[in-house]
Design a protein around this ligand. Structure first.
Ligand SMILES: CC(C)(COP(=O)(O)OP(=O)(O)OC[C@H]1O[C@@H](n2cnc3c(N)ncnc32)[C@H](O)[C@@H]1OP(=O)(O)O)[C@@H](O)C(=O)NCCC(=O)NCCS
Length: 185
């Protein structure tokens, strides 16, 4: 038994009705597909964040599932990217099934996937396109409007970043590229 399994075994069982998270497995693919269809509808394939994920693969080791009372209730993905030669992640899609909303699953997924991504290094930020009212209380801050170039239209005031280095919000700039890509000379 490794240290992670030990800590899980020692962890108290979750409170009834409270969300927990676990890594996704291929057996969750159908649930996540259905969840994305319910949460984002048929227009999801036209979203700019979707285009980023078309170009750069998600990191499946950072795909998380939320459960409430043993039932799958939400999911989040992470796409490794870089901006201006700095490696980080694009968070999303984040979705909670309508039957399980307002129990903290969405915030738990956002916090936990961010903690895991930044802990594994070397990514230094977690970018997303989302509502300031939802994400800013969790530590995300607005980026410089228009500084980060997406492969499609995006409301610049919804481009938010989480980073231990607070200066990144003002300095991250350039097109979204692959994780590990460095700016051309
Ligand atoms: C957004 C979403 C993930 C939230 O999931 P959730 O599990 O209900 O979230 P939590 O329980 O952690 O937080 C719920 C709180 O956030 C609020 N909230 C939800 N969406 C919000 C938004 N867009 N802006 C501001 N607040 C929001 C809720 O009103 C609730 O407030 P309360 O705690 O005061 O009642 C879920 O509503 C969803 O899947 N929506 C459709 C897909 C989507 O928009 N994803 C986010 C893309 S960036």
């Amino acid at each position: 038994m490794n240290a992670f399994e030990l800590s899980r075994a020692d962890a108290p069982p979750p409170e009834p009705g409270q969300p927990t998270v676990r890594p996704a497995t291929p057996a969750d693919d159908g649930f996540v597909d259905d969840l994305h269809a319910i949460a984002f509808g048929p227009g999801r394939f036209a979203r700019t964040a979707f285009r980023v994920r078309e170009r750069f693969p998600i990191d499946p080791t950072l795909s998380l599932i939320a459960e409430v009372d043993g039932q799958r209730s939400g999911a989040v993905w992470m796409t490794p990217i870089s901006v201006g030669g700095i490696d980080g992640y694009l968070l999303g899609p984040l979705a909670t099934h309508p039957a399980f909303r307002k129990r903290g699953a969405g915030k738990l997924l956002a916090r936990e996937v961010t903690r895991r991504a930044l802990a594994q290094g070397p990514g230094r930020f977690v970018l997303l396109v989302g509502d300031q009212d939802y994400y800013c209380p969790l530590g995300w801050v607005p980026t410089r409007p228009g500084a980060i170039e997406f492969p499609g239209p995006v409301d610049p005031h919804r481009v938010l970043v989480y980073a231990d280095d607070a200066s990144l919000a003002a300095t991250l700039a350039g097109p979204i590229r692959a994780f590990g890509a460095r700016p051309r000379a």
